[in-house]
Ligand binder design. Sequence first.
Ligand code: PAF
Length: 280
Amino acid sequence: MEVYTDILSLKHTLTGLKTRKTIGLVPTMGALHRGHLSLVELSNSTCDITVVSIFVNPTQFNNKDDYKHYPRTVEKDIEMLQRAGCHIVFTPTEQEIYPEKDTKVFDFGDLDKVMEGKFRPGHFNGVAQIVSRLFDIVQPDKSFFGQKDFQQTAIIKNMVRQLNLTTEIVIAPIIREQDGLAMSSRNTLLTDIQRKNAADISRALFRLKQQAASGVSVNEITQVAIRQINANPELSVEYLEIVDGKTLQPVLNWNHQGEIFACVAVNVGKIRLIDNVQLK
Ligand code: PAF
């Protein structure tokens, strides 16, 4: 496995490989867990070369404290990637990625006006800035993202269409801890008690899924799930929405055509976690 910190050497290596090999890209912000490793596995099984980028992207943080405290474990990450059979790791500095301030503004229509976009202004513009740069540098045949960041996957697919890129976007299922908590780099920031209580988030989502199947109204199951999560004093729901899988706009009843997802953001103390489950 090779580790690159500068764009030119990485590009040089990739240009040599590209004529004969397919390239898979797994963009990450590090603090890797089994969710990330499942993306590496998926890339390894469908591409010749897997490139993993590790970069805590400042432009997607709307909260300075969140950026400052985001877990950084690069050495451990590199060891994990080595064991997982990754071929190339790209760990650029901020100066390398953004020698000048990135002023690009994307228009995602209604996609970034809801849920994460509403509560984290500018977040998805920052995600699009870094992901478009990574796509430009690596020119991957396929790119792998986790379903946990459900809205992010919709934004990235939209960006690929807007920019007429050819990379195929592959979305991998959420990997959960034994008690159901969706894996996230932010889970490492939870205290033991918070970590235990955080499992109530997915419990509420799974209960909601059962109730949806038995026909309880969209409005009622939303309110019940919010009450269930908030009943735990460690947890506070920021939003819980039942939305169309493509447009991400709220779904009003179960006759809705197309896929339906329940998406939630919950504050566990100062740590903000998200999760989602497909209902239809
Ligand atoms: O999902 C993430 O970890 C980040 O948003 C991503 C896609 C690596 C961009 O910084």
